[in-house]
Ligand binder design. Structure first.
Ligand code: GLN
Length: 313
């Protein structure tokens, strides 16, 4: 694996191979996201030793969207402890779309922290007495993982808020069942903000490398997340991070991952590296078409499927 990663054109060759793949659609339900350049394509890898490989449009920034969910899950665990979070949000994949309005029968909890309902519930726990303080909490959270304060996309945030009635409905449904408490509009506002920070693929790969490296950012050497909670986050990413594609992903790629509706996918190879891919054309499940192909190719070449762990030794 190491020698492959060292070879000069390793990522360029993969990028080249999938440039011909132009299927998929830009998301229309957040109008601002449909302005992305469909041809944009970038891949980055950051190893736990801090080595960076990148190819393609690495200067293209996109909103983090659902890839914020594992980070906000970690924040909720660190701030409120495992028991409270487990009482609030389940651990089961939905087998349904990321914005499914279904809650778990009986408990009315959201199924898991990686779908919108679960992330909305956990967004109600972001520390800070007012919106500005909670915005700072989010900035600090992202800074710990990517080593700098990310920019914020005001247009995407406004667009998502304006057209966010589906998420809003979910918020009120959970309020009705007392799964979340507080002002739904404020919670939705915080949720839209957490989705609207700007990253590139190298930022994604660095988030992945931090999660792969015991929670310590390999470039800044700062601890981004208490290692006590790493397994909580990575296991839920593994079973739920790719929504209703999670089973096939586990079978074909075999690492914890998280996708976002702006076209990013973050992958974590525990103990080894983080991977970030960006291409905004999405399949019907809201996952990047090229992103999935690139990860399948990388899993073959680098043999990082965690169930083929003999290859990692
Ligand atoms: N902000 C998006 C939404 O709430 C996040 C979904 C995603 O990235 N899959 O719909």
């Amino acid at each position: 694996m190491e020698s492959l990663i060292k070879s000069e054109n390793f990522l360029e060759n993969i990028l080249e191979k999938f440039l011909v793949e132009t299927s998929g659609k830009l998301p229309a339900y957040i109008p601002e996201l449909s302005k992305a350049r469909p041809e944009s394509f970038a891949i980055s890898i950051v190893t736990v030793e801090g080595k960076i490989l990148q190819a393609g449009d690495i200067k293209t920034f996109f909103t983090i969207q659902s890839i914020a969910k594992p980070l906000v899950h970690g924040l909720a665990l660190e701030t409120h402890g495992r028991e409270k979070i487990l009482n609030m949000v389940g651990l089961e994949p939905t087998g349904d779309s990321y914005n499914s309005i279904r809650l778990q029968p009986g408990s009315h909890r959201p199924y898991n922290p990686m779908v919108n309902a679960g992330a909305l519930a956990l967004s109600s726990l972001i520390p800070g007495e007012n919106p500005e303080l909670r915005f700072h909490t989010l900035q600090n959270l992202f800074e710990r993982y990517i080593g700098h304060v990310p920019n914020f996309d005001e247009q995407v945030y406004q667009s998502e808020k304006k057209f966010g009635n589906h998420n809003r409905a979910m918020g009120y449904l959970m309020l009705n069942f007392k799964v979340l408490q507080g002002d739904v509009e404020e919670i939705l506002d915080d949720y839209c903000k957490e989705c609207s920070f700007l990253v590139n693929t190298t930022d994604l790969a660095l988030i992945g490398a931090t999660l792969a490296n015991g929670g310590k950012n390999p470039l800044t050497q700062k601890q981004a997340i208490d290692p006590e909670y790493l397994a909580d986050i990575l296991s839920v990413m593994f079973t739920c991070g790719m929504y209703d594609f999670a089973g096939e992903w586990a079978y074909k790629v075999g690492i914890p991952a998280k996708s976002g509706v702006s076209g990013g996918i973050l992958g974590v190879v525990p103990g080894k590296m983080g991977i970030g891919v960006y291409s905004p054309l999405l399949d019907s499940r809201g996952n990047s078409v090229r992103g999935i192909k690139v990860f399948q190719e990388l899993a073959e070449i680098l043999q990082f499927n965690i169930f083929k762990s003999s290859n990692l030794l």
